[in-house]
Design a protein. Structure first.
Length: 463
């Protein structure tokens, strides 16, 4: 006879403004949230139900807005130790300037850079992160294991997009020859990473995606076989797409078609795929993404930093394309904070054709929460506050100097300054308190990151 299961332990949050980001955008001016172990048990207006058992903690959230945790859909963690370089370059020139340095990373550098990237996001309200790591120099150690270990220690839900490159300088690509893998080696290593680390369960903390880097750093064979591998293993696929006009020109010259048509010809469009950037998309491209339910990771700050352009996010959303937000690597977004991307997505898209009608505050919040969950294939478990979903949520302080005179809470956190995070929970466990990490020493991470950045710079200077 099986032993009876332990009664769930409950956390009760009361007196909060709540934005659930559910299908109806349900909001409560003053409401409650009850967590049972790692699941949301109930949510609603007013006080929590009476008579709840095993309540281990009660939080009076007066002066706070509770939202789903933010979900980052595109990043390159290793770039944390190459911030502030090539600051006046477009994408191609930036890549040419930085690849010789990136090609010299090792396991210690990557782990410390991952800690820095994760810490900056987590203390700013990110509960689910992803990393697209595609630089695997020969002899650099277990880079995937280092990244996944850093996320596990931080307590953040995580997707590793195991990237790859097989087109180096000698083949007309941008990376140095010693920084790329063979096609066969990349596919084999990717499959090994999926089998070792991917968890397909509802409450998974670690998942893995197949992620060849970009059209100008990979062969058609790697892209096509990567799509086949992802579908054989039942995991998602990711890459960069339509980021710049130079990429558009490159694809036409090399493949005789634009990026979207090229991706579709290799099987790399579909509801199990999401692309980073997608800045230069025509109507036909957007229709193809909508038809295939291919997702988009919108990275407004990086797109601006590299002068890539303004993605047509309002048109994508209208067409039914799943869209989430991404920080992108911190060599092209030095702050590395996703909550600032809520504001930047709204403001930058208003510079486009739709002007003031491009996005509103609630659409921006949805991009950073439920939209991200859709893009990562996890909308059934995260991205909105609903009974049965995983307990990933944030308490934003909105009664302080930066926000107290803004009446609408969602407007406060999107239009206003970056709101302080009083508490952030992942899987029912608190990882941030009063803007400080509970799961890592931020000062130690800062020291280590500076040390590794200096070491990498010395190694790169020596050639």
């Amino acid at each position: 006879m099986a032993a009876p299961s332990a009664a769930p332990q409950r956390i009760v949050i009361e007196n909060a403004a709540i934005a659930t980001v559910d299908a109806n955008d349900t909001e409560y001016a003053t409401g409650h949230l009850v967590v049972a172990d790692n699941r949301i048990e109930s949510i609603g207006a007013g006080k929590a139900p009476e008579g709840l058992e095993n309540v281990v903690r009660r939080i009076d959230a007066t002066g706070h807005l509770v939202t789903p945790g933010l979900i980052n859909t595109h990043h390159h963690f290793y770039q944390w130790i190459t911030r502030g370089l090539a600051t006046d370059h477009n994408l191609f020139n930036w890549l040419v300037a930085l690849y010789p340095t990136w090609a010299r990373i090792d396991e210690r550098m990557v782990r410390v850079a991952a800690q820095g990237s994760l810490a900056m996001m987590a203390r700013g309200g990110v509960t689910t992160a992803m990393d697209h790591h595609y630089v695997f120099p020969k002899g650099s150690g277990d880079l995937s294991g280092a990244i996944i270990g850093a996320a596990r220690d931080m307590g953040v839900r995580f997707t590793l997009a195991r990237g790859s490159m097989d087109r180096s300088e000698k083949d007309g690509g941008l990376p140095p020859d010693f920084a790329v893998e063979t096609t066969e080696g990349a596919l084999a290593a990717t499959e090994e990473t999926v089998k070792k680390f991917h968890d397909a369960s509802f409450d998974a903390m670690t998942q893995v995606a197949v992620a060849p880097c970009s059209p100008f750093s990979i062969s058609t064979e790697l892209l096509r076989e990567g799509a086949a591998l992802g579908r054989r293993l039942g995991v998602r696929m990711h890459t960069h797409g339509s980021e710049t006009v130079e990429e558009e020109k490159f694809c036409h010259e090399l493949f005789g078609m634009g990026p979207t048509d090229y991706f579709e010809s290799t099987g790399f469009l579909g509801e199990d795929v999401w692309m980073a950037h997608c800045v230069h998309m025509n109507d036909s491209d957007i229709e193809a993404f909508a038809r295939t339910k291919t997702g988009v990771a919108h990275c407004p700050s990086s797109n601006a930093r590299l002068a890539a352009g303004i993605a047509r996010v309002p048109d994508m959303l209208k067409a039914g394309v799943p869209v989430g937000l991404g920080v992108d690597g911190t060599a092209s977004n030095e702050s590395g904070e996703l909550h600032t991307e809520l504001r930047n997505a709204l403001l930058i898209n208003r510079l486009g054709a739709h002007r003031e009608a491009a996005l509103n505050a609630r659409q921006a919040l949805r991009l950073g929460t439920y939209g991200g969950a859709q893009v990562l294939g996890r909308a059934d478990s995260i991205g909105s506050l609903e009974p049965g979903k995983l307990a990933d949520f944030v308490l934003w302080k909105i009664d302080g100097l930066g926000h107290s005179s803004i009446a609408d809470p969602v407007t406060a956190i999107v239009f206003g300054a970056a709101a302080p995070v009083t508490a952030s929970f992942v899987n029912g466990k608190q990882i941030v308190e009063n803007n400080r990490l509970l799961t890592a020493d931020e000062d130690e991470i800062a020291r280590d990151a500076r040390t590794e950045a200096q070491r990498l710079a010395r190694i790169a200077a020596q050639g």
